[in-house]
Design a protein around this ligand. Structure first.
Ligand SMILES: O=P(O)(O)OP(=O)(O)OP(=O)(O)OC[C@H]1O[C@@H](n2cnc3c(O)ncnc32)[C@H](O)[C@@H]1O
Ligand SMILES: [Mg+2]
Length: 343
């Protein structure tokens, strides 16, 4: 089976901060933290306890058998102080964490390591044993060395994307932040972008190129449409002007002559890496129907768009953010970003 998510080894001398890094990475990426320590204990992949070193004597064959199925599926962050035992074909990235010896000494003393074990680990860190092991076992370009002496460095090692979401609409910004953060940090510039007439794709593509030119950097933009099926997709991208001129009641009246009140909320995000970079689009669609307004009228046409018995305006924000056109588009964007992150 070919995996669609990467496997990452976070390795280093005991005490360098592997587990903290793994937990942080798992939280940010949704990948699984696979603690080899836990597997060795819970699946008994060992030949007993070494009194002198105060650690399990690992049976590597048993260990590999125990984790093989899970790792082959992909998406594992392997937390272990060795790396050469894992077959090359399983692994996409090896991160070797490093600390200065004085820092390591303090950390290991605090853990009450026996003197012999402490000294051996210090020597191993100074001699770069694990870095060498990683370089000997895997292709050079997948081995990364990161410093892990303090909280600041840990924070720098944190995987993150920052997007500059260009919108003048505070409600949109609120939803996008609620959905993307903390995995993706959302900054905002409220610029008024000219919107052309055209298809949903064309409007967003143009908006995105314009925004990238204006800020001279990477941008995220979004355009929302409300499409009435009885009207063959209108008002579509022109919903903003219809909303302004007609209000909730007027929008209902547009459909008075039709039995079919069904509508689609369509959200199209465009991301550009900067001026001259072709935008990438992420679209999400939620089917619903147009009803007389119910619920707080704060956000656009939320009060007249009903989804499974409730209007968007009647829903809790968290509910809306699970099923909305915006949430669906952002799920695609997140998937793309997490692939980019490991590409
Ligand atoms: O700066 P931008 O991002 O362009 O923000 P905008 O307010 O101009 O937004 P659009 O051009 O996408 O126009 C879409 C219209 O639909 C409204 N709208 C967008 N998303 C909505 C949602 O989830 N629920 C209800 N109304 C929404 C919005 O207030 C606008 O009137
Ligand atoms: Mg707009």
């Amino acid at each position: 089976m070919s995996r669609t998510l990467p496997n990452i080894i976070i390795t280093g001398t005991p005490g360098v901060g592997k587990t903290s890094h793994c937990e942080l990475l798992a939280e940010r990426t949704g990948l699984k933290h696979l603690s080899v320590n836990d597997v060795v204990k819970s699946k008994e992949c060992h030949e007993g306890w070494d009194e002198e070193y105060q650690s399990w004597i690992v049976d590597e064959d048993k260990l590999l058998d125990a984790i093989e199925d899970e790792v082959k599926q992909g998406g594992c962050i392997i937390d272990w102080h060795a790396c050469d035992l894992f077959p090359k074909s399983w692994i996409d990235l090896v991160v070797v964490l490093r600390v200065e010896s004085s820092v390591l000494y303090d950390r290991l003393s605090e853990r009450k390591y026996p003197e012999l074990k402490l000294q051996e680990n210090l020597d191993s860190e100074i001699m770069e044993v694990l870095l060498q092991e990683a370089r000997d076992s895997y292709d050079e370009e997948i081995v990364v060395e990161l410093q892990s002496n303090n909280a600041e460095q840990m924070d720098e090692n944190r995987p993150r994307h920052i997007v500059n979401f260009i919108t003048g609409n505070a409600n949109k910004l609120g939803e996008v932040k609620a959905i993307l953060e903390p995995a993706i940090q959302v900054e905002n510039q409220a610029l008024d972008l000219l919107e052309i007439q055209g298809t949903l794709q064309e409007v967003t593509l143009d908006k995105c190129r314009r925004a990238a030119d204006l800020v001279q950097g990477p941008v995220l933009v979004e355009d929302t449409c409300l499409c009435f099926n009885a009207l063959k997709g209108l008002p579509g991208p022109y919903i903003k002007w219809f909303m302004k001129d007609l209000g909730h009641e007027g929008l209902n009246n547009l459909l008075a002559a039709y039995e079919d009140k069904s509508a689609q909320a369509v959200c199209t995000f465009g991301y550009s890496a900067g001026p001259g970079h072709e935008p990438i689009l992420f679209q999400g669609i939620t089917d619903g129907k147009i009803v007389p307004a119910r619920g707080p009228p704060h956000f656009g046409w939320d009060a007249i768009f009903e989804y499974e018995g409730q209007t968007y305006a009647e829903m809790d924000k968290t509910e809306k953010n699970k099923i909305s056109h915006r949430a669906k588009a952002l799920a695609k964007l997140q998937e793309w970003f997490s692939k980019e992150m490991t590409a």
